[in-house]
Design a protein around this ligand. Structure first.
Ligand code: ADP
Length: 359
């Protein structure tokens, strides 16, 4: 590509920037736009750049040739075409480095190609987050399909056996029907959790406003889970002597506490106790579910609320887990402007605390 000035000649570059008085009036407009914006003259020198562009490029590009700011032949070619043919284009631009970023660069001539500067507008659209979300979405669909396919495959296998080898075997039939029921229940739990997640996501922007007492929620959850606790020989204890009121939705907050207490029971040995405590501090209400289970190694803690993240998939499945419980907790708390805090000591137990603004 031929540029009519030397990249190393600062005087020429400064003169080009000076010549850009034509567009001084649009300075405020460029500064106010949310995307990184660059304006070039006909020789490819950057004559305007808004703060977003400087931040994205990690430099002040004004006065430099575009190729010093963006090292991407495709972008430079699009600029040449904009100048020589007056055509606009969208070009992909990938910034490599420890944290790679992807941009779509919109390159457009500003004035007819024959006229004097300014010549080209570049709008950079950061696609990194969008692409990350897209990847997460497709991972999620793949994970959910895989989770559903496993029990479905075992159901098909059991049906085949019942129609064939076990057709006239009364005892085997009972056993297989039991297995089929547990696989069907697993699929139902998974679908219920997936539906909960999507319902919560749909309402995420609607802030709940009803008055809910977390102490009452905790007592209700203990009633709901008392038979499970008995079966697992785990004692449930509540130490809440006051009201802990927050703005929330009763059903969703019950689901949060159910998921936490269920986990505390599931991941505890028989004979252990699960405690539920509350406190109030600096305008916040907290509710903690404390178990004496095996604890969680530090490296797992930041990932626990990811969908389908389980420390041991086998163990979670054998205990009826879907790997979605804590993701649901996180989403509900987001909607309530709350947070989940997890502390744990391997071999001694874990503390899951929810923290919500008090009313
Ligand atoms: P699951 O349905 O597998 O229980 P969750 O999203 O509720 O899914 O939890 C994710 C993972 O976090 C679990 O599989 C388990 O490995 C771990 N976990 C959650 N709660 C506890 C706890 N109280 N003690 C130990 N591990 C826990």
């Amino acid at each position: 590509m031929e540029w009519p000035w030397s990249r190393k000649d600062p005087e020429l570059a400064a003169a080009a920037v000076q010549k850009s008085t034509l567009i001084d009036g649009v300075d405020h407009l460029v500064a106010a736009l949310p995307d990184p914006i660059l304006i070039l003259d006909r020789s490819g020198i950057v004559i305007k750049a808004n703060a977003n562009a400087e931040e994205m490029l990690e430099m002040t590009p004004v006065g430099l040739h575009l190729s010093q700011a963006i090292r991407a032949p495709a972008v430079l070619e699009a600029v040449t075409r904009a100048i020589s043919q007056g055509s606009s284009a969208n070009v992909d631009y990938e910034v490599r480095g420890p944290i790679p970023r992807n941009f779509e660069v919109y390159v457009s001539p500003i004035l007819p190609a024959q006229s004097d500067s300014p010549a080209v507008l570049l709008v950079l659209k950061d696609l990194t987050r969008e692409q990350q979300i897209e990847r997460m979405r497709s991972d999620f669909v793949a994970n959910a399909s895989h989770e559903l396919r496993t029990p479905l495959a075992s159901l098909s296998g059991l049906i085949e056996t019942l129609q064939g080898a076990a057709r006239n075997d009364e005892e085997a039939r009972e056993k297989f029907l039991d297995l089929m029921r547990s696989q069907a229940e697993r699929m139902k739990r998974l679908i219920d959790d997936l539906l909960s997640l999507s319902r919560i996501e749909m309402n995420v922007h609607l802030r709940p406003s009803a008055k809910v007492d977390l102490a009452q929620v905790a007592r209700h959850v203990c009633d709901l889970l008392s038979s499970m606790a008995q079966e697992e020989k785990v004692t449930l204890q509540i130490n809440l002597d006051a009201k802990f009121e927050v703005a929330g939705e009763w059903d969703e907050l019950v689901q949060v506490v159910v998921n936490l207490v269920e986990n505390a029971i599931k991941y505890s040995e028989p004979g252990k106790t699960v405690n539920i405590e509350g406190s109030r501090e600096d305008g916040f209400v907290t509710l903690s579910v404390i178990d004496e289970g095996r604890g969680i190694a530090e490296e797992h803690i930041p990932r626990l609320t990811e969908r389908f993240y389980r420390i041991s998939v086998q163990e979670s499945r054998s205990r009826g887990g879907t790997g979605l419980g804590l993701a649901i907790v996180k989403h509900i708390l987001n909607r309530h402007r709350g947070r989940l805090l997890v502390t744990s000591q391997l071999g001694h137990g874990s503390r899951f605390t929810i923290r919500l603004p008090a009313i």
